[in-house]
Design a protein around this ligand. Sequence first.
Ligand SMILES: Nc1ncnc2c1ncn2[C@@H]1O[C@H](COP(=O)(O)OP(=O)(O)O)[C@@H](O)[C@H]1O
Ligand SMILES: [Mg+2]
Length: 359
Amino acid sequence: MQQYIGLMSGTSLDGIDAVLTAFDGPQCKVIRTFYQPYPDDLKQAILALHEPDDNELERSLILSNQLARLYAQAVHSLLDGDNGKTRAIGCHGQTIRHRPDLGFTLQLNNPALLAELTNTAVVADFRTRDIAAGGQGAPLVPAFHQAVFGHPTIHRVIVNIGGISNLTNLPLDGSVTGFDCGPGNLLMDAWCHQHTGRAYDKNGEWAAGGKVNPYLLEKLLAHPFFQQHPPKSTGRDMFNSLWLEQQLSSVDDPTDVQATLAELSARSIADAIQRYCAGADEVYLCGGGAHNRVLHGRLQTLLSPIPIARADALAIPVDWVEAVAFAWLAKQTLEGKPGNLPAATGAAGLRILGAIYPA
Ligand SMILES: Nc1ncnc2c1ncn2[C@@H]1O[C@H](COP(=O)(O)OP(=O)(O)O)[C@@H](O)[C@H]1O
Ligand SMILES: [Mg+2]
């Protein structure tokens, strides 16, 4: 069985999820995991590059090198000296712009440097080929969800709650779809950091102490993205602190805003499931937002009687599903197999994704 490494660093900007996996047909085994949080200055430098500013070109290339070095460190920590069997690393990179409407998406990374530092083949830049084929370049996890979580007699929906939330619908007739639902954690994280100094609201405890503000919720849900039909994808370009500030009034209580942001994430996911996943038997949560008890509880209530479980029940712990997906996508690429799902991204057809940097 060949081993692959997946490196995921998502829109939450929390850090790097590194997994060592082995695939055997539809079975996948997580052998080892390592989490490398971003140092605060790196996170700030990435955030700053989301906005147009001076000397972006050089700053982004320098940051790409810094990221590649940190990815390599994560790989070394993950392998702990045992790298004999790894066939390739699938590395997502760090998104700083996602504008499929303008025909581009940009994930910072220096895959050549990563290959050099790890002496391992790297597959990177997964999203651009799908965009070149007319797609959104996102979400890319549905094909993986289908391969490992699909069930012949149970209609499942997989919900990944990262900075942005996305879902994969796995109906029994096989017509798998997937799309971004809206902000997952990123608005909650930004608000929590601004008011408490903490990077995120652990288990949703702060939000649990607030009351949902129905006027603010309406205003937030009025964003046109929520009414748009899939295929659709989004990112920090659309949902960010500036947009949130524009929706707030000066009298809003910070704890109630946090509760309202949690409700926004829950409602946008629940609405998407009710609208586009009719007949779902089971919903599984993954991504860091799966730890947020307010989100989990509200999804359970909004979607009752559909049971809401965590992806751990499907044998991949919630924090590692996306990283495993990028290990799988690297395997697909090396085997000359497609990684996108045109029904999810809107691409003109199946495409072999990414660029290969040989060992
Ligand atoms: N115990 C927890 N309680 C609430 N939220 C959590 C917890 N652990 C992680 N998170 C959330 O998950 C986020 C990271 O999720 P992740 O799946 O890595 O997203 P991304 O792919 O966007 O990086 C954190 O920023 C935080 O908002
Ligand atoms: Mg993350």
